[in-house]
Design a protein around this ligand. Sequence first.
Ligand SMILES: *[C@@H]1O[C@H](CO)[C@@H](O)[C@H](O)[C@H]1NC(C)=O
Ligand SMILES: *[C@@H]1O[C@H](CO)[C@@H](O)[C@H](O)[C@H]1NC(C)=O
Ligand SMILES: *[C@@H]1O[C@H](CO)[C@@H](O)[C@H](O)[C@H]1NC(C)=O
Ligand SMILES: *[C@@H]1O[C@H](CO)[C@@H](O)[C@H](O)[C@H]1NC(C)=O
Ligand SMILES: *[C@@H]1O[C@H](CO)[C@@H](O)[C@H](O)[C@H]1NC(C)=O
Ligand SMILES: *[C@@H]1O[C@H](CO)[C@@H](O)[C@H](O)[C@H]1NC(C)=O
Ligand SMILES: *[C@@H]1O[C@H](CO)[C@@H](O)[C@H](O)[C@H]1NC(C)=O
Length: 644
Amino acid sequence: MIKASTTLALSLLATPLVVAQRQTLTVAASGGNQSSPLLYGTLYEDIYHSGDGGLYAELIRNRAFQGSSQNGQASTVRTTDFWHPIGNVQLSVEQSSPALSPSLTYDLRIDVPSGTTGPIGFYNDGFWGFDVDATKRYAASFSIKGAYNGGVTVGFNNTLSGTQLSKTTIQVNSSDGVWTSVHPAVFQPFSTPGSPNSTFTYIFDGAQLAGKSIQVNLLSVFKQTYKDRPNGVREDLAASFDGLESTWVRLPGGNNMQGLSIGNEWHWDRTYGDLKNRTGHIGTWGDYQTDGFGVLEMMQWATDSNQTLVLGIFAGLHIGGALVTEDNLGGYVDSTMNYLEFLKGDTSTTWGARRANLGFPIPFKIDHIEIGNEDYLNGGTESYNTYRFKAFYDRIRAEYPDITLISSISPPPISGPNTWADLHFYYNQDTFASLYDRFDNSDRSLPIVVGEYACIFEFSNGYPEIGAQTMGMALAEGIMLLGAERNSDIVKGTAYGALIKQYDEMSSTVSVIKHTANQILQTTSYYLQQTFSRYKGTETVAVTSEFGSGIGPLYWSATRAGSTRYLKLINYYGVDSVVDIVFEGPYSSTVKVITLTAPACNSTNSLPQLGGESTSILHSELDESDGKFTVSFRSPCELKVVIA
Ligand SMILES: *[C@@H]1O[C@H](CO)[C@@H](O)[C@H](O)[C@H]1NC(C)=O
Ligand SMILES: *[C@@H]1O[C@H](CO)[C@@H](O)[C@H](O)[C@H]1NC(C)=O
Ligand SMILES: *[C@@H]1O[C@H](CO)[C@@H](O)[C@H](O)[C@H]1NC(C)=O
Ligand SMILES: *[C@@H]1O[C@H](CO)[C@@H](O)[C@H](O)[C@H]1NC(C)=O
Ligand SMILES: *[C@@H]1O[C@H](CO)[C@@H](O)[C@H](O)[C@H]1NC(C)=O
Ligand SMILES: *[C@@H]1O[C@H](CO)[C@@H](O)[C@H](O)[C@H]1NC(C)=O
Ligand SMILES: *[C@@H]1O[C@H](CO)[C@@H](O)[C@H](O)[C@H]1NC(C)=O
């Protein structure tokens, strides 16, 4: 993702509606090029709480006092943010002595005034509230230091009604000077409020603590996870992701993998094992990251979702601009080789055995690696071309000759078999529509991925980014994708940037999926990608128009799988467009038509509570008449797939 520049010019040209001349499209029976099975994929990174507070199913925010967000920047400053007292107690964050672990060295200290009686404690705000659902299991755990022998009552408190939505008493017997881990208490709430307006409360017997203090750390509440994985991901978000029908995912980024500065690049080896061993790190997108959603959790999720894995590795350039010199790069390359052994090695290898000990005996299938990310930024091109790419390329090629290596700069510094280039497109609508023929004359010897794309501005407007993706913006992306599909002998994959963002935090920039604590927004781009992915063949087939190649308001691409042909048609700001279709070779006299439509070109999808989705998907059938199928578009912004 490239941050929007504030110096872009503002122009207010709107794409006008166009009257299309009726034309006949002829779809060949065969004779195309092979399509890439990976054409429609994704980029996952933790951006605006897509990991912590998003996919990662931990519900407690600031659970281990690892860092914070200061003026929108991730920071190691420890705070009591998102924690509040219950009763007349004082909360502070202090350096622990002894610490819970070498990685979690701060705790939340609760000072209880002498003379206190009755319930006291503290509560957490969650990530913009909590998803409380009476049909699901939850598990609460924490660590405590200080003498306390009795019950700690934990549960959800609805702040709108003031009622408790769950209540579980955990027996604790802890002592001064040592940490006691309270094992997960499993519970189900009494009711489902349907709003995120809840807190999670921890209540102690105040009389027992009067005049004393206790410390707590690693306070965790998980909702039941996708496929019931321990330390796993949020069920509803994972299901939404599965519904996208993505075939591959690049992870863990992206700019977040690069890190803002030296030391804050993605350190795979700090993100596995006991949560007590995860220090976390300064995230690129404004908040400190717990690293609870670590390398193995990510791989588990992507594998559970049947994704082809594309591993993004740090190549020596930080998104903040710092560059690793040639002399210092060796350690990063060594670490990457260990990383690959950790993920791919069998149990006879050192790192493969370590992975197996962590509960993952089966190696992950990783056949694609991207070396770096956007290495042309911050003056990175020269070092990438001279030493950075080569350092990783040579070592990985030597050990894993069959892995596909992807260069973040095109053309790659070293060309060769199984070497691809990654292009990133963040443009306005008009530019996206102009990418329809972008790949038609591309060098056939260089496979590419469009590893990040998003239409971020309407029409020719340069600023600001339009977070409510309109149907027109999604179709502009679709026009680029039609070109990718037509050329998918060389365009191996595409992925939108970004996949998931937290709506309360970031509603004003684009994402495929946005979430709140308890709701999900699937954008116009989501449904566009889903439709593109769901209806695709294994081979391209030629489509010809009586008017030649034809540009606007109708755009198309066709593929086939066996004898089934899929013709995708985008009507882009076309008024009453009508097109006649002729299928060469054998075909059935009735074809299916899938329509992705919206009331207007500027329609957007919203959260359920804010009006819901404007897009709809219609299924219909169409009969042949005089050797043709006549397709009419009802809306000026519509995608149709004709399945013959
Ligand atoms: C197949 O690829 C070639 C270029 O290698 C191109 O000229 C031709 O149009 C493609 N065929 C189809 C049906 O897209
Ligand atoms: C629950 O929330 C209500 C409303 O904010 C508040 O008045 C009440 O004290 C809370 N209860 C607990 C146990 O925190
Ligand atoms: C609490 O723990 C102490 C040791 O730390 C033990 O001596 C005592 O019996 C325990 N009390 C109960 C009620 O379990
Ligand atoms: C709670 O509800 C109010 C509306 O009553 C809303 O403005 C607020 O953002 C909600 N807060 C949380 C944390 O859900
Ligand atoms: C946690 O880290 C310590 C070293 O700080 C190490 O000895 C231990 O094996 C680690 N535990 C796990 C479960 O990774
Ligand atoms: C998993 O993905 C592969 C390759 O895309 C596909 O052939 C297979 O049907 C998928 N399996 C499931 C269970 O979706
Ligand atoms: C959408 O476009 C219509 C004209 O087609 C206009 O009247 C309306 O104000 C637009 N809505 C938004 C939210 O821009």
